[in-house]
Design a protein around this ligand. Structure first.
Ligand code: VGL
Ligand code: ZN
Length: 203
């Protein structure tokens, strides 16, 4: 068992990011078994859940004439347009059925404001709006975080970098993550995480 200052943060292991989902990550479902095993080693488990309203500004459908994976400019800067995914209350937004969600102390939802996307579990994409996770973790005394889940190069990478900037010791276990890998985004995310002081581990 790992010490009491360490928490496992499980990012977005939801149906829409798994094979057959609206924004399927290749082999996304392969993270479930290793994550379930890792849960047994940690005293605290926190899940994040991407949770968008249907009119979310990150959905290509809400920008006539635009297609998924194009870039647009929103009030806070550049934003990738995604296929509609993880719509609040939909089956795609539910956790993968085999994920041991009963182990979670906290489920934190993100991306619920129509005008702001939120890759990170700490700050939305405007880099100012907080989710509240930092306060929760600090008040429970966690200073060391292990991150796993989907997708390596978006929500995991943004969460890991924000956590490192906030002063946490951060590890990402890559064997329990899978990437979208859009135009080299995985290589860029790995470099950005390493530069931010995040430790990348195989297992
Ligand atoms: C994610 C794109 C859009 C993720 C969420 O979980 O990595 N990526 N929404
Ligand atoms: Zn999303």
């Amino acid at each position: 068992m790992r010490p009491a200052n360490e928490a496992l943060i499980v990012i977005d292991v939801q149906n829409d990011f798994c094979p057959g989902g609206a924004l399927a990550v290749t082999d996304g479902d392969q993270v479930v078994a290793p994550i379930n095993r890792m849960m047994g080693d940690f005293q605290a488990v926190i899940l994040t859940q991407d949770w968008h309203p249907a009119d979310h500004a990150s959905f290509a459908d809400n920008h006539p004439g635009r297609a998924p994976f194009e870039m647009i400019e929103l009030a806070y800067g550049p934003q990738v347009l995604w296929p509609a995914h993880c719509i609040q209350g939909s089956p795609g937004a539910a956790f993968h059925a085999d994920l041991h969600t009963d182990r979670a102390d906290l489920i934190i939802r993100k991306g619920f404001r129509a005008q702001i996307d939120s890759y990170s579990a700490f700050f939305e994409n405007d880099q100012r709006t907080v989710t509240g996770l930092d306060g929760y973790l600090r008040s429970r005394g966690f200073d060391s975080l292990t991150m796993v889940g989907l997708a390596t190069d978006f929500c995991v990478a943004y969460s890991a970098q924000d956590a490192a900037r906030l002063g946490y010791k951060v590890r990402v276990v890559e064997s329990a993550c899978r990437a979208i890998d859009l135009d080299g985004s995985l290589a860029a995310a790995r470099k950005a995480m390493t530069d931010a002081g995040v430790e990348l581990l195989d297992q």
